[in-house]
Design a binder for this molecule. Sequence first.
Ligand code: PGA
Length: 252
Amino acid sequence: MSKYIVIGNWKMNPETSSLAEKLLASVSKLSVSLKKTEVVVAPPYVFLPKKFKKTKKLSLGAQDAFWGGVGASTGEVSSLQLKKLGVSHVILGHSERRALGETDAMVAKKADAVLRDSLIPVICVGEKERDAHGEYLTLLAHQISDSLAGIQKRDIANVIIAYEPLWAIGKNATGVIDSHGLHQMTIFIQKTLTTLYGREVASKIRIIYGGSVDGSTAPELIRQGNVTGFLVGRASLTAKDFGEILKTVDTA
Ligand code: PGA
């Protein structure tokens, strides 16, 4: 397993399949020289390549997956179908999906399906806002335990937790997290996971960070933020910006 992992969440981008192909080809090129970093590219379903060759350094991700192998679920795509296309990682419970009504219970059910199909769920958690009394920490702990509900101890080491505070995500972000703040949050998340699964198992769960990661914020966050990688939105949409992050992480 690589020391670091960087996941590019393309969200509903780019506009055409030829642009998607170009971007994937560029990222694939960038990944070749990486020594200790695994890259995952998560395009929209429609742009998942038909023939993807996973390498040690480059894997394919999806932005969601539904439970059930096949069946009457209009508009959904199952983890099994994704697996057949070469997908190995599935982002679940992204805040943009939660904003549309996805609940912790749905995330837990999807995570269970993803794990059963031997894929890696990347479960997004994070507070909407912070309050002076630290109530947000209690909410975050609940979000974590409810989103992981049902995941057995033997499977949990395959889960990646993506800590993404909503206030730091996207072009409307109202704040930035510094490495000290991130470090504190990862310790809190580890403690929550320890309560759920015990120290030994909890220490194996990878925690990554997402929220306006770019070439300028990545160096400090990876060196002092106590994370094993990033979930990147906007900066994953150009090879230049994404390449900068990959290089930073790989040489951290
Ligand atoms: P951003 O998005 O990097 O554009 O802030 C991160 C995310 O939503 O995963």
